[in-house]
Design a binder for this molecule. Structure first.
Ligand SMILES: Cc1ncc(COP(=O)(O)O)c(C=O)c1O
Length: 373
């Protein structure tokens, strides 16, 4: 019989407590199932939390991105410039909106789109720059906003992994023309299933987004565009309202865990820690991601000891089959993203992870580093 592993530590864990269950059940009992009162309240509260005038909920983060682009008026042949090192839904949404994704590589340090490289990729067709706040780490928004102004393009933030992160005293999702969030169950907050949100200060954009997500309606029986059925269900919104009230505390727990990982793993041979925090940014550590040339070996050692880890993402978007085929990308097209794909490793992180568990994970990573050095 195989020996039981030393530990039993999962990568992430969605939290659904009694108050959330109660909220969901009472929404089912008392409200309209679709576009009930909880949906409107969740949107108001989410907008207030992010510091925007409007928030429009959707059926997913992908739908939030697609609808944001279409509400801005992005269409055939327009380009949306983004990073190839993200979850592939980032660029799926661009294609769903009928536009073309255009990529620029990430920074040499860190994980996010490089503003300088992005600036070199802007063409006369570029309508939107889409920085992704990957792993909950804000992108360099000051530079992107300056670039957008100079080149007359819009900024949409992919904040699907960054609920509650702060950049220069403002919440992500409130810095560009629009911000897009996902509530998929692994995110820093969920709605107990799929869901998404668009945040914006722009009244016309919010109005168009509300219509796009609701079949293209202008009013009950009139439609002004060909829209989608991509509404957030009332029961999910009711759960989301309770989750939102917990978000700051959960994010603060995540920052505490990241801090402890840093102390535990500082100076370990062959391991690079995520970029140090600075006064401009408050990340929310959707993931705590280290880098190593021996990533696969470390992952295996963690697994053998009962610790789950994962790679976000082993294949950059430009090397996925569709992009190789349709755009002719190959190895070497975006070297920094490809390097990240070979080296990144996500360690367990969620608000309930104990100090002892963080120390156990760190100890196991240190052992693996010794084995491989
Ligand atoms: C960076 C990023 N963009 C977009 C999405 C798409 O969100 P969803 O899965 O809710 O469609 C996700 C998450 O899954 C994501 O992590």
């Amino acid at each position: 019989m195989q020996a039981k592993p030393r530990f039993n530590i999962g990568l992430m864990r969605p939290i659904i407590d009694e108050e959330m269950i109660e909220a969901g059940v009472s929404a089912l009992r008392d409200e309209r199932l679709v576009m009930g009162e909880s949906v409107h309240k969740f949107e108001e509260e989410f907008a207030r939390y992010c510091g925007t005038r409007y928030a429009v909920s959707t059926g997913s983060g992908t739908a939030a991105l697609q609808i944001a682009f279409q509400s801005i008026g992005v269409k055939n042949d327009d380009e949306v410039l983004t990073t190839p090192f993200s979850f592939f839904a980032t660029s799926n949404a661009i294609i769903h909106a009928g536009a073309q994704p255009r990529f620029a590589d990430v920074e040499n340090f860190g994980f996010n789109l490089d503003p300088r490289k992005a600036s070199e990729k802007i063409t006369s067709k570029t309508r939107v720059i889409l920085p992704v706040h990957l792993y909950g780490e804000p992108a360099r928004m000051e530079e992107f906003l300056a670039l957008a102004e100079e080149r007359d393009v819009s900024i949409v933030e992919d904040a699907c992994q960054a609920h509650g992160a702060d950049y220069d005293g403002r919440k992500v999702g409130s810095l560009g023309l629009a911000g897009c969030f996902s509530f998929y169950s692994s995110k820093n907050m969920t709605v107990g299933g799929d869901g998404g949100m668009i945040t914006t200060d722009d009244e016309d954009l919010a109005k168009a987004a509300r219509s796009f997500r609701d079949c293209g309606r202008a009013s009950r029986y009139e439609m002004c565009r060909v829209g989608f059925t991509s509404r957030l269900n009332t029961v999910n919104a009711a759960i989301g309202r309770v989750q939102l009230r917990r978000l700051d505390k959960w994010n603060s727990n995540r920052r505490g865990i990241a801090d402890l990982y840093r102390r535990e793993l500082e100076g370990v041979d062959g391991i690079t820690l995520p970029p140090a925090e600075n006064s401009e940014e408050t990340p929310v550590y959707h993931l705590f991601v280290i880098r190593s040339l021996n990533r696969d070996r470390i992952m295996k050692h963690l697994e053998e000891n009962g610790i789950e880890s994962a790679v976000h993402y082993p294949i950059p978007i430009h090397l996925q089959a569709h992009y190789r085929r349709e755009y002719g990308f190959s190895e070497g097209s975006f070297p920094e993203s490809e390097k990240l794909a070979r080296e990144v490793l996500s360690l367990p992180i969620h608000p309930m992870l104990s100090e002892q568990e963080v120390r156990q994970v760190s100890e196991t990573v240190r052992e693996a580093a010794q084995l491989t050095s």
